[in-house]
Design a protein. Sequence first.
Length: 104
Amino acid sequence: MFKALADPTRRLLLDALFTKGGRTLGELEQVVAERTEMTRFGVSKHLKLLEQADLVVSRKQGREKLHYLNPVPIRLIHDRWIDKFTQHHVTALADLKRQLEDKP
């Protein structure tokens, strides 16, 4: 998953799916084309990697394949790695604020 998140184009795709889920390959190609010169094949390869990392799920609807962001793996990383490191700092700042406000 970290390898999938390391690429700026894949992060751009995830951001696009965050703002609006259920996008087709053509729609995602347009989003990427605004920032980089990438072919449809390149966007498709990036989407495949994101699907393999379980960050994107897709569903067939008629002739179209719709892509959606799967936020669960990212949340699990947050809970496991980020939250435990930031919780202490936030608690310490809240305690400091309370102590400073309580002083006469």
